[in-house]
Design a binder for this molecule. Structure first.
Ligand SMILES: [Zn+2]
Length: 196
């Protein structure tokens, strides 16, 4: 069974419920604009505060058929395992962000490879883009956000100790794409927002 997504305990990765207009500083209120289909946050001068999901990028670093996962040193999901990942920064491509997060969190140098999948988490306000990556240098080292970095074979992945449902979905998809494994339809993995 998929784990409960810990984002339930940390609702809204978006984090904020804006009260003030970023353009002018006046108060905003929810209002449905003409010809629009849902309420927007609008200030008295008519500036709209757009709220959109944030993009999380991740990479599954592979070396000799094994993948590197890090044990999180911070909340949410402290002490649980994940591949490196984090919020995409302005000015970065998804691939650049995934490579940066990998180097920050594991000290591994990687080349970003194929797309593993795109995972929507509407309740958390995120879209996660996950790549496979080849380790091309560096040595695995923990960081401020990671207490331990360890390599796992495809049959050693700590499924019961993963940090987020997105991590589980992406790792299942990565394993399923390995030679001889074949695609497996496991609908229980596809929680809210996943492709059918
Ligand atoms: Zn305004």
């Amino acid at each position: 069974m998929p784990q409960r997504d810990v984002s339930d305990a940390f609702p809204l990765t978006l984090g904020e419920n804006p009260r003030f207009c970023p353009a002018c500083g006046d108060s905003v209120e929810a209002r449905t604009l003409e010809d629009d289909h849902r309420p927007r946050l609008v200030c008295p001068r008519g500036h709209v505060t757009w709220r959109n999901p944030r993009v999380v990028v991740g990479a599954i670093p592979v070396a000799d058929g094994r993948i590197y996962l890090g044990r999180r040193a911070i909340e949410p999901a402290r002490d649980r395992w994940t591949y490196p990942g984090g919020f995409l920064e302005i000015g970065e491509s998804a691939q650049e962000g995934a490579r940066r997060e990998t180097e920050e969190e594991t000290e591994l140098l990687v080349e970003i490879g194929r797309l593993v999948g795109v995972y929507s988490r509407p309740h958390a306000g995120i879209v996660a883009i996950v790549f496979e990556a080849s380790v091309v240098g560096g040595r695995p080292e923990p960081s401020a956000e990671t207490s331990e970095v360890r390599a796992f074979g495809p049959d050693e992945i700590p499924w019961d100790e993963l940090a987020f449902s997105t991590v589980e979905s992406a790792l299942r998809d990565w394993v399923a794409a390995l030679p001889g494994r074949g695609p497996r339809h496991e609908p229980q993995l596809y929680v809210e927002g996943d492709p059918a």
